[in-house]
Structures are given as structure tokens and as C-alpha cells.
Design a protein around this ligand. Structure first.
Ligand SMILES: Cc1cc2nc3c(=O)[nH]c(=O)nc-3n(C[C@H](O)[C@H](O)[C@H](O)COP(=O)(O)O)c2cc1C
Length: 182
């Protein structure tokens, strides 16, 4: 797919089924995540991959986080199923690298860019995906369970798989609503 066409027509897809990207396709996706703009090349990110039994493990950690957070029963019960909305979930983490110039925020932006680059690399290979967040993205119990430090931050859950429905084209944002000449 032409790069500009991909950028101008991209859609997320929440309706995802097997097969998930594996092997060389998955390697290309992960590599795309490492090709993003990265001030001082700190690679301030980590990609945690869950598929198969890994989805169950991630769901169990989310369930435990919901329990510890005192969430209502229906929220706790739903957590185990959350990761199973796609055959592959990549938890994208901003892994803080202490640096005298590059701030925590800049490192988080880099990790967010990595997430989107991976989503686009998946689409370019015929797969689909969606960037998800929610309260679990900022829950420190889940962070600790994933062996993340206090300065680390999950920036999103990238759900990937094969689209079961083709998303409709998205209405264009009028440029004059978001662009201003200085
Ligand atoms: C930081 C971030 C967090 C998001 N969290 C969610 C989410 O938890 N659930 C969801 O349905 N969409 C979420 N979205 C939006 C979807 O990723 C997607 O952009 C949206 O469904 C619109 O589809 P489109 O990308 O094709 O326009 C999030 C987007 C961003 C950038």
C-alpha cells in the first residue's frame, strides 16, 4: 500500500479475529515501532506481547487490578475478557530512561508514536488494529504486576488481528478548523 494513501485513509478496526500477525509480519510491526522519532535514541519504550495463553495472563492481571481498585463486580468480571477482543494485544509502555535533556513527556510521546507506527505497519500488511486505553492504562497495580517502575507509563493497548468488517471511511476534518497561519 502506498504510504500516503495509508496515512490519508487510515481507520482503526475494533472487530478483529484470527489470524494475528506472526513471524516476519509481527517482526516488521515491532521493528516499525522502533523506527519512530526518538530524541537521543534512548528507545524509551517496551512492547509487551500477549497472544494465546498470554491473553489469559493479561486478563488475570487486569482482573486483579480491578479487584485492588475496588471496582464494581461487573467491571471485575469483564476484565478477564478484555484482552480477548483481538488475537494479539501489544501493551506499549513508555520506559523512562533518566536523561538530563529528554523529559519524561518527550519519552512518552515517543512511545505513543511507536504504538501508532506499529498500528500502521499492521494495516500496511493487511491486518487491522485499534489503540485502546481506559482506566487500566494508568492503573499502578497493573504497572507493578507487569514489572514496570514508578516512572514507566503504559501509553496504550494495541489490539491487532484480521478485520472482520471493513471500517467505513471517516469524514474529513476541515483543515481551517485545526490549522492557523502565524
Ligand atoms: C490515546 C488514545 C486512547 C484511546 N483509547 C480508546 C479506547 O479505550 N477505546 C476506544 O474504543 N477507542 C480508543 N481510542 C480511539 C481509537 O483508537 C480510534 O482512534 C477510534 O476508534 C476512531 O477510529 P479511527 O482511528 O479509525 O478514526 C483511543 C485513541 C487514542 C489516541
Amino acid at each position: 500500500m502506498d504510504a500516503l494513501e495509508l496515512l490519508l485513509t487510515r481507520r482503526s478496526c475494533a472487530a478483529l479475529a484470527a489470524p494475528a500477525p506472526t513471524g516476519e509480519a509481527l517482526d516488521a510491526i515491532l521493528t516499525a515501532g522502533t523506527r519512530v522519532p526518538d530524541f537521543k535514541h534512548l528507545h524509551p519504550y517496551e512492547f509487551l506481547i500477549a497472544s494465546g495463553a498470554g491473553l489469559d495472563r493479561l486478563g488475570a492481571l487486569m482482573t486483579e487490578a480491578a479487584r485492588k481498585a475496588g471496582k464494581p463486580d461487573e467491571v471485575i468480571e469483564r476484565c478477564a475478557r478484555l484482552p480477548h477482543r483481538a488475537p494479539l494485544v501489544i501493551v506499549v509502555v513508555a520506559r523512562h530512561k533518566p536523561h538530563e535533556v529528554v523529559t519524561v513527556f518527550e519519552q512518552q510521546l515517543c512511545a505513543g508514536a511507536a504504538l501508532h507506527a506499529m498500528q500502521m505497519a499492521a494495516v500496511a500488511q493487511g491486518f487491522g488494529g485499534i489503540w485502546r486505553s481506559g482506566w487500566l492504562m494508568v492503573d499502578r497495580t497493573l504497572h507493578a504486576a507487569l514489572d514496570l517502575g514508578d516512572q514507566d507509563q503504559i501509553v496504550g493497548f494495541l489490539y491487532l488481528g484480521t478485520p472482520t468488517t471493513a471500517p467505513a471511511p471517516r469524514p474529513a476534518v476541515p483543515l481551517d478548523a485545526v490549522v492557523r497561519s502565524l
